[in-house]
Ligand binder design. Structure first.
Ligand SMILES: Cc1cc2nc3c(=O)[nH]c(=O)nc-3n(C[C@H](O)[C@H](O)[C@H](O)COP(=O)(O)OP(=O)(O)OC[C@H]3O[C@@H](n4cnc5c(N)ncnc54)[C@H](O)[C@@H]3O)c2cc1C
Length: 374
């Protein structure tokens, strides 16, 4: 069995990898610098939307594969933990406003079709039949049938509880300060001035990954702030599915709340909620469903997405034997967790993966800077 696997960071990504490895008989420990599960994985909206948005084309097959794993992933986590995760498979509705609505719809439609995402154009009357609260000013709509949502806070708690039940050691309040290297191999970590030996170290510290000395060259992550608002509304407003526009989204929760987001801000590690951010989110939410203007604001928060230079996650082995990266999931880490966990397990257990993952290699940044300096 050996010294096992040490995972740096106990968010959705670290927790999911821990469960996957423990189920395959590996000895696993998670290190978190605070109480695990309270960073981006806590802050997210919980949309499971394997769609093509902007520069993320190589991500679509991975996102779809991860979405396909979701029902079984949630069932296994719920069974092991005894906790519920609020997973619902349900179509996403994307609506467009203004003079360019049809043209914008057609762009989003063809972009998504070109990468094999199922999507249908529906007329606004049909969209309002699906969502009676939808703004009648909407001019065009798309339905993405293969989507879902999950209560990411509940799921992250359940994943960490499942990991614990599966025998994973969770070190709370233990910041990893260094990667231990011996004879050109990663042999463990130093955390809170103690050394821990591991056969493998997996860096899953979200946007903080680049702060761990030695990880930055593989994982140049940076925080991309997102503000969020939770609303509670009274009948007759009803939102049954995720509704989004180019300006924002609303996501219903099973507990009757509805979360609305979000901003994309370059604001360092400062998790502030600002008047400007809130008003942008609330305007976008009320544009989607006008009756939300009179809902009660019940919570506001912000979180830090793990951004990367090319907006793609950073997954897989490095050129330091024993060190793997599983970070940089940016806007899709909740969705991508099940497949990320599978890939890391395949790399550790089999030494290779079942899919083409070169676009996500932790070595791509070194290659780029090498080319740039030549
Ligand atoms: C506002 C917002 C909305 C989002 N909406 C969605 C969505 O709808 N769907 C979706 O799929 N994704 C969404 N995301 C993205 C998603 O939340 C992230 O991609 C995902 O949570 C990343 O998970 P993680 O485990 O890598 O990072 P995190 O959840 O940030 O966890 C990292 C962990 O590492 C720990 N850590 C940091 N440094 C150290 C250290 N030195 N030593 C030990 N531990 C350390 C931290 O304490 C933390 O617990 C959203 C994000 C935000 C902010």
């Amino acid at each position: 069995v050996g010294a096992g696997v040490l995972i740096v960071g106990g968010g959705m990504i670290g927790g999911s990898i821990a469960c996957e490895l423990a189920r395959h008989g590996l000895r696993v420990q998670i290190f978190d610098r605070q109480q695990p599960g309270l960073e981006a994985s806590w802050a997210a909206a919980g949309m499971l939307a394997p769609t093509e948005s902007h520069e993320t084309r190589p991500l679509v097959p991975l996102a779809q594969a991860s979405f396909d794993l979701y029902p079984a992933f949630v069932a296994a986590v719920e069974e092991a933990s005894g906790l519920k995760a609020g997973f619902v498979a349900s179509a996403g509705l994307h609506v467009f406003f203004g003079d360019r609505a049809e043209a914008e719809r057609d762009e989003v439609l063809s972009l998504n079709r070109s990468v094999g995402v199922s999507v249908e154009a529906v007329d606004v009357a049909e969209a309002r039949r699906l969502e009676p609260g939808l703004n009648p000013a909407a001019r065009a709509a798309l339905v993405f049938p293969n989507e879902g949502r999950v209560d990411n806070r509940a799921l992250t708690d359940a994943v960490l509880a499942a990991a614990s039940k599966l025998g994973v050691g969770i070190h709370r309040g233990k910041p990893v300060e260094a990667i231990e290297i011996e004879n050109g191999r990663c042999v463990g970590v130093r955390a809170a001035e103690e050394t821990f030996a591991g056969d493998w170290v997996v860096m899953a510290a979200g946007c903080f990954s680049a702060q761990v000395p030695g990880a930055e060259r593989y994982a140049p992550t940076r925080p991309v702030r997102g503000q969020m608002v939770a609303l509670r509304y009274a009948e007759p407003v009803r939102v049954a599915q995720v509704i989004r526009s180019e300006r924002g989204y609303v996501v219903p929760r099973e507990d009757g709340r509805l979360v609305a987001g979000s901003t994309l801000e370059d604001a360092g590690f400062e998790k502030r909620v600002t008047p400007e951010g809130l008003s942008q989110i609330l305007r976008a939410a009320a544009e989607l469903v006008p009756a939300l203007s009179s809902a009660a604001v019940v919570e506001t928060w912000s979180g830090l997405r793990p951004g990367t230079p090319d907006h793609l996650p950073i997954l897989g082995p490095t050129d330091l034997p024993g060190l793997l990266m599983a970070t940089g999931h940016y806007r899709n880490g909740i969705l991508l967790a099940p497949f990320t966990a599978r890939l890391i397990r395949e790399w550790i257990v089999q030494g290779e993966v079942s899919v083409e993952a070169g676009a996500f290699s932790p070595l791509r940044f070194e290659r780029q800077s090498f080319q740039a300096t030549r």
